[in-house]
Ligand binder design. Structure first.
Ligand code: MCA
Ligand code: AMP
Length: 502
């Protein structure tokens, strides 16, 4: 097996001068420049005491240098742990406590907030989006590291935290084998080549932006137009010089509202990919009508990287996520028995293959609970495979809200709300939201005789939960609907408040 880093090195060696990063109004950055920076950063990491297997936790703004740091971590045989820039100090406390990294890299403007974390066990360094920060200062003085640490397919490459249904986030451990298997399958499936120019507007602390979008470019000698965030009009303008866009459904909802979206504007584009949350069938159709392009929807998960994809050639069906990628097995199983169900029946989507993660960091019981004895991973998504062979996701067995492509676990938000004075109990649900797909919504029951103010609740949550997890709407209620077992009936709440955002 060639690791992502091995492949990047051979690609960079062949096409040194080729631009890897293109940025509006800024100079291009070539493959050779990126490789050189990664090798110097690898020397810096070693100097900071990072050894193979150590975790390198990173909460920085998106930049080419952040990608070089990711590559440097792989070079060093260490484990890359990217963190959402929206996480609050309280959330970072948990991640650093759980993963025990050797190094934490934050933005220069956050150093004052994090400097106290530095000690014998943890080094704290900075990296800014203008190629600044202490890591860049050190890299400027460092020699490129020699040969990379020889990592094998079973060696750990990354940990990505996904929130847990019990409120505690779980670190999904991905191996070099996991990371390498996905671009191999996707490059072939989506006909991705060195001639492609990808519009990269996703964050790079999640699977979609890092292990799908960036890794595909890094291993194929393609180029990416690297944008700090998604902006509809800017993306549309850049389509005149690009060939592929990978995005969450909100990108497409916003593009559909952007004046000028027509066949001419996308004439140079060859592929639009959507994933991380369900793409509305009506958006799929409207986009095809406007541009002549059927969006290619695919399905994945942090724990499994990409699982299934609509075909490049052949029908891209609205509301379906296609067939298993090569080398990956999908089955629909009965929730209770784990028995495989026949085509057409709805059950749990289960997955097995080289893409499936090693397990949750330091959580053997949780890991065991989510795998079947024969190695299939239980995704928690509900689906069915139709007579056409296409997988359709019909719901979720897990209590999860996906807002603009970010996962929010209701339990975590409910626990934060229930801790507030004056709150008796709460239920957090996702409601249809025209821009974000689902809007995080809290239904809160005040304590007897007490009063609660929705704005005060929002303010109280802001230091504790990342912005995207905070409810966009708070509804006060006298009680929560429950079934005879006492379980809160969230489906009933979703029905009752279905239209509040649209
Ligand atoms: C930003 N805000 C959000 C979100 N993003 N609130 C809820 N949900 C969000 N997703 C907050 C901002 O902090 C801001 O707060 C307010 O909403 C308005 O921000 P806006 O400017 O509209 O947001 P934006 O910067 O345009 O971002 C929206 C976005 C972005 C483009 C949809 O969230 C995004 O890039 N999402 C992609 C997430 C992603 O990559 N997911 C992949 C996970 P305030 O009101 O206080 O100013 S990997 C995965 O799921 C699997 C593996 C897979 O299959 O891919
Ligand atoms: P994450 O934990 O961020 O990796 O999110 C993974 C979850 O996103 C999956 O378990 C699905 O519920 C959801 N997801 C990803 N892609 C799609 C898609 N194309 N359609 C519907 N849901 C999706």
């Amino acid at each position: 097996m060639q690791t992502i880093y091995d492949t990047f090195q051979s690609v960079a060696g062949l096409m040194e001068a080729k631009p890897l990063f293109r940025r509006p109004g800024q100079p291009d950055i070539s493959y050779a420049e990126t490789r050189d920076l990664a090798e110097r950063l690898a020397t810096v990491l070693a100097g900071l005491g990072v050894r193979p297997g150590d975790r390198v936790a990173v909460q920085v703004e998106k930049s080419p240098e952040a990608i070089a740091l990711y590559l440097a971590t792989l070079h060093a045989g260490a484990v890359f742990l990217p963190l959402n820039t929206a996480y609050t100090g309280a959330e970072i406390d948990y991640f650093l406590g759980d993963a025990a990294p050797r190094l934490f890299v934050c933005s220069p403007d956050m150093l004052a907030a994090h400097a106290h974390r530095a000690g014998d066990a943890l080094a704290v360094e900075t990296l800014g989006s203008a190629a600044d920060g202490s890591l860049m200062d050190r890299a400027a003085l460092a020699q490129p590291s020699d040969a990379p640490h020889p990592s094998g397919p079973q060696d750990r490459a990354a940990i990505l935290y996904t929130s847990g249904t019990t409120g505690r986030s779980k670190g999904a451990v991905l191996t070099h084998g996991n990371l390498a298997s996905n671009p191999d399958a996707l490059v072939e499936a989506w006909r991705f080549t060195a001639s492609d120019v990808l519009i990269h507007a996703l964050p790079i602390f999640h699977t979609h932006g890092l292990f799908v979008a960036a890794n595909m470019v890094l291993t194929t000698d393609a180029s990416m137009i690297f944008l700090s965030k998604f902006d509809g009009p800017q993306a549309l303008e850049l389509m005149r010089e690009a060939s592929v866009l990978m995005g969450v459904p909100t990108f497409y909802t916003r593009l559909l509202k952007t004046p000028g979206l027509d066949r001419d504007a996308v004439a140079r584009m060859r592929l639009f990919v959507s994933g991380s949350a369900p793409l509305l069938a009506e958006d799929h159709r409207a986009f095809e009508e406007a541009t002549g392009h059927a969006i290619l929807e695919r399905y994945g998960m942090t724990e499994t990287c990409m699982i299934a994809s609509n075909p490049y050639e052949g029908a891209r069906i609205p509301g379906a996520v296609g067939m298993a990628l090569p080398g990956i097995e999908i089955r629909i199983a009965c929730r209770e028995t784990g028995r495989a169900l026949p085509a057409g029946e709805i059950g749990l989507i289960e997955v097995r293959g080289p893409n499936v993660f090693e397990g949750y960091w330091n959580m053997p019981e949780k890991t065991a609970a989510e795998f079947r004895a024969d190695g299939f991973f239980i995704t928690g998504d509900l689906g069915m495979i139709g007579p056409d062979g296409y997988l359709r996701i019909v719901g979720r067995d897990k209590d999860l809200v996906i807002s603009g492509g970010y996962n929010v676990y209701p339990k975590e938000v409910e626990e934060a709300i229930d801790d507030l004075p004056g709150v008796l109990e709460s239920a957090v649900i996702g409601l249809p939201h025209a821009d974000l797909g689902e809007g995080v919504t809290a239904i809160i029951v005040p304590r007897a005789g007490g009063t609660l103010d929705p704005e005060g609740i929002a303010a109280a949550l802001s230091g504790r939960l990342a912005r995207y997890k905070q409810p966009r709407r708070v509804i006060l209620a006298d009680e929560l609907p429950r079934n005879v077992m006492g379980k809160v009936q969230k489906a009933e709440l979703r029905r009752a408040y279905a239209d509040i955002y649209n």
